[in-house]
Design a binder for this molecule. Sequence first.
Ligand SMILES: Nc1ncnc2c1ncn2[C@@H]1O[C@H](COP(=O)(O)OP(=O)(O)OP(=O)(O)O)[C@@H](O)[C@H]1O
Ligand SMILES: [Mg+2]
Length: 450
Amino acid sequence: MKITTKVNLFITVSLLVSLLIVNTIVFFLFMKTTVNMEAHLVFKNANEMLKKYHISESLTLDKNLLNSYMPSHSFIRIVGPTSTTINQVTNDKVLVQKISPTFSTEKNFELRPFQEHQNLVVHVPIHQNHKVIGTLEISERLSGLESRKDVILSIMGTVTVVSVLLSFLAGRWLSAIIMKPIVSMISTMEDIEQIGTLKKIGIQTETKDEVYKMAATFNRMVSKLKENSDKQRQFISDASHELKTPVTVISSFITILRRHGTQDETIAKEAIEAIYLETNRMKNLTKTLLSLAELEGSEPVDIKSVDLVSLSTALVTQFMQVYDRPIILHENSHSIFIKGDELKLKQVLIIFLDNAIKYSTDVIEVFLESDQHKGILRIKDYGIGIPEEEQSHVFERFYRVDKARKRDSGGSGLGLAIAKNIVNLHKGEIDIQSKEHAGTEIKVTFPLTN
Ligand SMILES: Nc1ncnc2c1ncn2[C@@H]1O[C@H](COP(=O)(O)OP(=O)(O)OP(=O)(O)O)[C@@H](O)[C@H]1O
Ligand SMILES: [Mg+2]
């Protein structure tokens, strides 16, 4: 069953049930008060009759005198203590037969239905010298009550039917309004499922209700997914392009080897050396790609308190030994503790030092500073620099300022992209300042351990 039908059915049935309960209560209250009012009137008449015609003394009734107290289908009788009729006047012979005389020492009334009519029977005791000597019994058909009962029942019936009908129509209208965007969402999702391309839902009005929020959230999710799938596609095309270059080199050297065989030792040596280098490049490239993919999956990093000073000192010493280049470390405190994953932070520093070494020949300087909230790392070189218009792109994957200069240095253009990812994972910030032929300074800030 559709949600709209369910909601509609529920509302309509609840309304019907409440209307039936309210109507029943109103109906019974109405009947009770009407009968009470009628009885009250008859009691008043009885007292008047008793006083005016001295009935307690004569115990007789004069039809001519009592006519004005007798509506159609009624009787007045005096009942003795043995519940026998002493005297009676009537204009309805059947009524007199059907309602047997009842002696009562109390003032009371009751309803006696017969022939589909309600008849009111009232008893008023007749006193003589403080003793009850008989009962004045008056009965009349409540024809007014019946006609009013019919009217109120038909009003209630009409109101109930009209309300239920209106509620049903309003429910359908309301659910159609609520369901419209949901239906459009479903059809969009079905389209996505069938065609396989991501699509947004058209939102006509900004209603700010839950349904609007749901559609807006869905659209945001679609944007994110689109962005991710675009990134992924770009990544795959970049990566395959990168891998194609070494493969081409290897295959061309293999062609040479096949043509000239291994007889020409110089050519063979050269080819093997080139194949060895390119294979190594490919190995490194795939390793880097894997580490980048791992970072992009934004794995939770193994966070500890890491001392930036001791980490940098160790790495700088190692780099100086391996590359035989002067690297000067300036620190303004003995330790700067930041929250982070030690291995990944090391990787960031290696990426920056590697670039500084590759793209400069002069001294390299590393600055370590801290303020109240942040630890700051700056790596400064006096090398070839990056042209201003290229600076915003160097953090993109596979981006190299000058394709030609990369060939010699053997870079793949992934270092800074990886570094940026790691810094982001550490809630840090990265900033680059560079001037062509003057040098480059990379500044990274990390939040300090509390
Ligand atoms: N210190 C620097 N001085 C001059 N140019 C730089 C410097 N650091 C980065 N660049 C430029 O930015 C580009 C991107 O740097 P990135 O480290 O991402 O890639 P790469 O060094 O080419 O390759 P690898 O993936 O091996 O690091 C480089 O190719 C280089 O042109
Ligand atoms: Mg690099």
